[in-house]
Design a protein around this ligand. Structure first.
Ligand code: XMP
Ligand code: MG
Length: 179
């Protein structure tokens, strides 16, 4: 797996199984409703693609790109919109799909931003969460895995734009980011 990676945290099989499990719960929640799933670029691309295909509920998909990290591994708390939604979400059932909640600062900002657009409902599904890194409390309805407070890559997650295409989630060796 290359010397930059330390270990495999979640295999492709574990991720696939979890997304099928989450999709069943999301299907049950939104039965008979129109659902818009919003992926947060770029990290959530893999989760969106696999979760969307595991859902039976017909959905529309939109994307937002925000930046809070730069090339490093620490959240700055300063969020910029790099790409806004293409659609008006007023009156719609919106589900934000995230790769990871670390400090929670990005998501907390996103929730208040999207919440102010008056959606019919607004919930969050994240593949990963680091409970020990939380700086703000966020109500997240669907969580794939709680993971230790270590920098992870793969399955959409990057370090300096690398490793996004790994089919699994792995931990990065500390020497790579100077830890
Ligand atoms: P916060 O701290 O605001 O972070 O919850 C949210 C965004 O930061 C990125 N992030 C990571 N990316 N490995 C990554 O590759 C990580 O361990 C990690 N932690 C946070 C991610 O884009 C997330 O949406
Ligand atoms: Mg990211």
């Amino acid at each position: 797996m290359g010397t930059d990676l330390q270990s495999v945290l979640l295999t492709k099989q574990e991720i696939d199984a979890k997304l099928v499990e989450l999709a069943a719960k999301i299907d049950a929640e939104y039965a008979g409703k129109d659902l818009l799933i919003v992926g947060v670029l770029k990290g959530a691309v893999m989760v969106m693609a696999d979760l969307a295909r595991a859902l039976s509920t017909p959905v529309t998909m939109d994307w937002m790109a925000v930046s809070s990290y730069g090339a490093g591994t620490q959240s700055s708390g300063v969020v910029r919109i790099l790409k806004d939604l293409d659609t008006d979400i007023k009156g719609k059932h919106v589900l934000i799909v995230e790769d990871i909640i670390d400090s929670g600062l990005t998501l907390s900002w996103l929730l208040s931003n999207l919440g102010s657009r008056e959606p019919a409902s607004l919930e969050v599904c994240t593949l990963l969460r680091k409970p020990d890194a939380a700086k703000v409390a966020i109500d997240v309805k669907w969580i794939g895995f709680d993971i230790p407070n270590e920098f992870v890559v793969g399955y959409g997650l990057d370090y300096a734009e690398k490793y996004r295409n790994l089919p699994f989630v792995g931990t990065l060796a500390p020497h790579v980011y100077g830890g």
